[in-house]
Unconditional design. Structure first.
Length: 86
């Protein structure tokens, strides 16, 4: 099995990776496929992103700051929507 070149990981790609995991835990698989809903894992990962937001405040670029704030808002809204639908 050949290894894939993954590229470098920076703060933004790390946040996007965590956000993708949250969406998977909320049942949104790749390209609209369904994945098992794991609300506890979704909330835990949102909390991790929130902790990173607090711990890295003042040390991010403007783009990184906008990304974190936007991702947190979108994930929180998706989480609330999923919990209200259940």
């Amino acid at each position: 099995m050949a290894s894939e070149e993954l590229g470098t990981v920076d703060f933004s790609t790390f946040i996007v990776s965590l956000a993708t995991n949250v969406m998977m835990h909320l049942g949104e698989g790749p390209e609209g496929t369904n994945a098992p809903v794991e609300l506890g894992l979704a909330k835990q990962t949102i909390d991790i992103i929130s902790m990173l937001d607090e711990k890295t405040a003042g040390n991010r670029t403007d783009d990184e700051d906008q990304l974190v704030k936007g991702v947190l808002y979108q994930l929180r809204m998706a989480y609330v929507s999923k919990t209200q639908a259940s």
